[in-house]
Design a protein around this ligand. Structure first.
Ligand code: ADP
Ligand code: MG
Length: 312
């Protein structure tokens, strides 16, 4: 089972090192390379380059598929309830495994509350909208509160200590640390198949702080894209739901306009997944809107942030 370039068969460590040095450090990069380019860049025979590219494509299952095959793959996707029927409805039933879902919105729009709620709800049995699974919570802003987990678990009648035991928490200190955590996750999730949810709250804050301004945009984007693709891969390979959050400035005037303008850049625009815009409404009400998901209808719903968690 090939999951990284180190698993490619019949290729020596020397060649693997050459590939990495030439910038081909992922299966994705290899899968889309041309044999000629790869051969020259890595200084390896053309036949070896062809073999490596074929293996990378097989590993990623890149080939023509019939619509029926696609349907069967999609039927395997499972869903986690958000706690709000309206929000679940908007998302086509809940948060999907094998998919990265981004919640973006202004401060206080409910991103972190949703992350807490989902790390509890993933533990529910399937008949109650969960996956009987565990969660990994990567916190970059220090806003995780165990008290919220307790409240939410209690409200669902779950064993509180049990719920807290099934959430693996880590605070990411900076971008390098955040990336290293995700690098290491591969090992954790392959050892513990009960992990069904990975949260990064927020995925962008360290990147914005460390690479401020226009002059750093290209580097920031490159590093962030790689990080996001790695998360996407974990979702796809291990049938996990990945949640990322992204704090953006309030632009009420833009809510009905082009959201990619509203988020102040194209940060996560090129990465596959579902993007959900959150906005404050009156009191504890919040508005959610799905942005450019090809299979979901347009529209928006209202949900509530309560002491017990996310509700209608
Ligand atoms: P952000 O989008 O910035 O991550 P949060 O998810 O942290 O926003 O949402 C903060 C909001 O969540 C608060 O303004 C409040 O409305 C709600 N909230 C937080 N804790 C509680 C609680 N214990 N009871 C009820 N509502 C809460
Ligand atoms: Mg937050």
């Amino acid at each position: 089972n090939v999951k990284s370039i180190n698993d490619l068969s019949g290729i020596s460590q020397t060649v693997i090192n050459k590939l990495i040095e030439a910038g081909y450090s992922s299966l994705e990069a290899l899968a889309v390379a041309s044999p000629q380019d790869l051969s020259i860049a890595a200084g390896i025979p053309l036949s070896t380059a062809q073999k490596i590219i074929k293996e990378a494509r097989d590993a990623l299952d890149i080939r023509f598929k019939t619509a029926l095959e696609i349907k069967k793959e999609r039927m395997n996707v499972r869903k986690i309830t958000t706690g709000s029927q309206a929000l679940d409805g908007l998302l086509g039933g809940g948060i999907e495994t094998r998919t990265m879902t981004e919640f973006f919105g202004e401060f206080g729009s409910g991103k972190t509350q949703l992350c807490h709620q989902l790390s509890v709800n993933v533990q529910l049995p399937p008949e109650k909208g969960g996956l009987s699974g565990k969660a990994v919570y990567i916190d970059t802003e220090g806003t995780f509160r165990w008290e919220r987990i307790e409240n939410m678990a209690k409200a669902l009648g779950l064993d509180i200590d049990n719920v807290m035991n099934n959430i693996y928490y880590i605070r990411a200190i900076n971008t390098d640390h955040q990336i290293a955590i995700v690098d290491d996750l591969q090992e954790l999730v392959s050892k513990d198949p009960s992990i069904k949810l990975i949260i990064v709250d927020s995925v962008t804050s360290h990147f914005r702080a460390e690479y401020p301004g226009r002059e750093n945009l290209a580097v920031r984007q490159q590093k962030l894209n790689k990080h996001l693709h790695q998360l996407t891969r974990l979702a796809e390979v291990y049938d996990i739901a990945v949640i990322i959050t992204n704090q953006v400035m309030a632009r009420p005037d833009m809510f009905y306009g082009d959201p990619t303008v509203a988020v102040g850049g194209h940060t996560l625009y090129h990465v596959p997944g579902i993007r959900v815009q959150l906005k404050k409404s009156r009191g504890n009400r919040r508005i959610a809107r799905v942005v450019d998901a090809p299979h979901l209808p347009e529209g928006e719903v209202v949900f509530a942030l309560t002491e017990e968690g996310i509700r209608d």
